[in-house]
Design a protein around this ligand. Sequence first.
Ligand code: ZN
Length: 487
Amino acid sequence: MIISLGLTAFRRLALLGALTACAACAAANVDYFTDNGYGNTVSTIHHPAAEHFNGVTYVAYSGPHEDPYVAAYVHATGQWIGPVQAGVNPMGKSPDQIDPGELDNHGRPSLVVDRQGFIHLIFGGHGGDSSLGENKFGTPGKGRFIHVVSAKPGDISTWRILDNVSPFGTYSQWVKRANGDLYLFYRHGSHRSDWVYQKSTDDGRTFAPPVSVLKHQRSAGKLTVHDSWYAWFDNGRGDTITASYVYHPCANPGHTNQRNETYYMLMDCRDGAWTNVQGETLTLPVTKASADQLTLIQATGTERTNHGTCRVDADGRPHVYFRFPHGEVRYFRWDGKAWLPPTKVADASGGGRDGDFIIDSPLKVRMFLNQSRDGTGSIDWWNTTDGGRTWARGDNVFSLNGAGFEMTTLVRNAHPDARMLVGGQVADQEHLYHRMYLIGDRGPLGRPAVEASQLGDRLELIKALPKGTPKKDAKRKKKLGLADDEP
Ligand code: ZN
């Protein structure tokens, strides 16, 4: 199947815009590169959402119909290409929805560029529909995990489906090794499913079968609760891949979105063996009992926590952050002997909510976090020079009055001008479209307004829709604890 749409139409539109709009309008820069982000456009658990490769930063997000959209920023010329639609999300609904509860959001794309420059996306899955057959690693969910690749290296105009990964995935995470091997980590189904990976040594053309890493099973001594997990994977130092994760007691009946405990472990990519931070061997898949015994960072008890990101310093020691209630970001560091007591990344104005970080040296760390201050969404650097004992808010990179941000992980191989793809979030608007920004040390990489305007007459059509009862379903899902991903 070949999908080729968007770019040609876009070029025509841009040309038309240049011919009909006044010169001043065409030159007017806006700070976003598109206005057609849709719903919860990006997240840190579908990652990465962007990669810098050969002078171009490629970004992917959820656009209209929750379909995956891709755009490319050419650093040498300062020009944007796209966005273009790269596939069709089976969970998307038509016409445009105005109730956020109608959107699934789990089908967001994650992106990787292979050694040859082909761009790959995984999207469309929330565990895979039961009609797809038997899920050997858990319970089915919705949608279908779909892998697409650009038809040509470095060219986002045309995409092809590669039917070579399990359809039962969600939370796709690409880990690209220095040698070009691709590891695709994901949860193999809905809540009650294992976390697995599939490995490709041929630039994503074929994948080995899934290997289970974290096991779901009925909780010991409990009839109605299943052990479930939220995990985050990326490269460590040398030949390693790290996993930082939290536990979810999946209850039925009485389901809640409770998550607690923080954990860490790592894989040696040379033989696929997993160990804890002390180097003790783990038996795969890791169960709740062995996780508690061997990989626990901190028992948080009833305090809710959620995954953040993990990076490893030059000494091979992991630094991790996890998210806690009220937007609190807590930083954890292994000093070679023990996990140091977590510290809150914050100053008097409060703390960051979500994002990612860079380790400059074992004691010097910079976090790139969003927060809201007096109704203004803000993305700032947060710095420590004493190993995380104290944090100070550094430079503001970007802020928006009356809006918040959805964060991603740092762009893979990022250019300093393009560190992170973020989605704007404006509450209290009559549609679910949001502006998308690519931000770096010089602020957002904008473009002429006529190019960033991608919605056509969508907003007019939405106004003409019969009014429903927006947010009813979202509230219902929240009450039931079924809104299982974090904005
Ligand atoms: Zn659950």
